[in-house]
Design a protein around this ligand. Structure first.
Ligand code: NAD
Ligand code: TYD
Length: 360
């Protein structure tokens, strides 16, 4: 029988990169079903190339909600799904502060529904896998030293991270209680092609190219551990294939940067590829001159850093993209696909941004 993988949230940033990675770079011979609700963050066109090459044969797009048990059950049965990889989520911390309801609905109830559907269809099968994509934000905020390991106690501090923490607990509970073969990965901040421009790196790029202020929250000293998205995709692929059921793996770039450093590195990468002299929107300014300090995010976690020792040792994973290489690839992609990005930045997003950012 053909192996079929159900990827949820595959029209978003990491999910679309993952589907492209699986179908083009792993030698996987089976089918991929992409179930995505197409919220403001999802764009079917993110996988246009994949639809052209594999559509109707090994790639199937289905518009739908992970909370819809009827639809999920039909998909699992009809396509004989034996692997579920759950990327579907509401993902933007700032949005979770302004309106947490959708986060509870998708990130908690949606995951609960997926687990129930998997359990009902797979029963006691052990040749199946439910992989849940999570975040390092469930561990809370670090002080100056130390890194998150798989045994760091959960301490989520935003509605987003709290909803992800709840879903992680549910996934683990289904392993312990029902024996469902699950794995979880908790990853640090990703960057790369197809990321929605509400997140720091594409937002800063978008603003810089347009010659507009690049908003830096607070003092710019908050630290994130950056990972190029393809390195994350490879980690997930390894976990699905070689990871042990019931286990959690932390995935990080070993690439801690203060936000200000990240933005300055981005400005340098941009200057290399599109020098300011060739960008009339700059009006003679340097990209860095656009940095604008704005009001801080409430409850802004100060520092995240991941210890990836376990996945390195157990599965032989390590990041292959250095920060500068990954940033240059991202900037180059952005400049080629800026029309695509403009489409992503649709009217509703522009309105949201205007409402929530002008007062900062
Ligand atoms: P994204 O916001 O770019 O994409 C999310 C996708 O999920 C969108 O295509 C959206 O339409 C879809 N979706 C939302 N609600 C849905 C629902 N109810 N049913 C079906 N589809 C739905 O997110 P992303 O950055 O690609 O993140 C993917 C996953 O990775 C999330 O679970 C997130 O928590 C996790 N994660 C992200 C990062 C990061 O830096 N972006 C880091 C660690 C973990
Ligand atoms: P973000 O991309 O939203 O990811 P997360 O909050 O999940 O880590 O933000 C990354 C960091 O950048 C975070 O410390 C908040 C900060 N930030 C800014 O300074 N300015 C911005 O406009 C955005 C969107 C984020």
């Amino acid at each position: 029988m053909t192996k079929t993988m159900l990827v949820t949230g595959g029209a978003g940033f990491i999910g679309s990169n993952f589907i492209r990675f699986v179908l083009k770079k792993t030698g996987f011979k089976g089918r991929v079903i992409n179930l995505d609700k197409l919220t403001y963050a999802g764009l079917r066109e993110n996988l246009h190339d994949i639809e052209l090459r594999f559509g109707g044969k090994r790639y199937f797009f289905i518009k739908g909600d992970i909370c819809d048990s009827k639809k999920v059950n039909i998909i699992i049965k009809k396509y004989a799904v034996s692997v579920i990889v759950n990327f579907a989520a509401e993902t933007h911390v700032d949005r979770s502060i302004h309106g947490p309801k959708d986060f509870i609905e998708t990130n908690i109830n949606g995951v609960f529904n997926l687990l129930e559907c998997a359990r009902a269809n797979w029963k006691d099968r052990k040749d199946v896998r439910f992989h849940h994509i999570s975040t390092d934000e469930v561990f809370g905020s670090l002080v100056k030293t130390g890194r998150f390991t798989e045994t760091t106690p959960y301490d989520p501090r935003s509605p987003y991270s709290a909803s992800k923490a709840a879903s992680d607990h549910l996934v683990r509970a289904y392993f312990h209680t029902y024996g469902l073969p699950v794995t979880i990965s908790n990853c640090s901040n990703n960057y790369g092609p197809y990321q929605h421009p509400e997140k720091l790196i594409p937002l800063a790029l978008f603003k810089a190219v347009a010659g507009e202020g690049i908003p830096v929250y607070g003092d710019g000293g908050n630290t994130r551990d950056w990972l190029f998205v393809e390195d994350h995709c490879r980690a997930v692929w390894l976990i699905i294939n070689k990871g042990k059921a019931g286990k959690t793996y932390n995935v990080g770039g070993n690439c801690e940067k203060k936000n200000l450093e990240t933005i300055k590195a981005l400005c340098l990468a941009l200057e290399k590829i599109r020098p300011r002299a060739k960008n009339p929107a700059l009006k003679g300014r340097r990209y860095e001159d656009l940095i604008t300090f704005v009001k801080d995010r409430p409850g802004h976690d100060r520092r995240y850093a991941i210890d990836s020792g376990k996945i390195k040792k157990a599965l032989g994973w390590k990041p292959l993209f250095g920060f500068n290489k990954g940033l240059e690839a991202t900037v180059a992609w952005y400049l080629v696909y800026s029309a695509h990005l403009k489409k992503t930045v649709d009217a509703s997003y522009r309105a949201w941004l205007k409402k929530n950012y002008t007062e900062r």
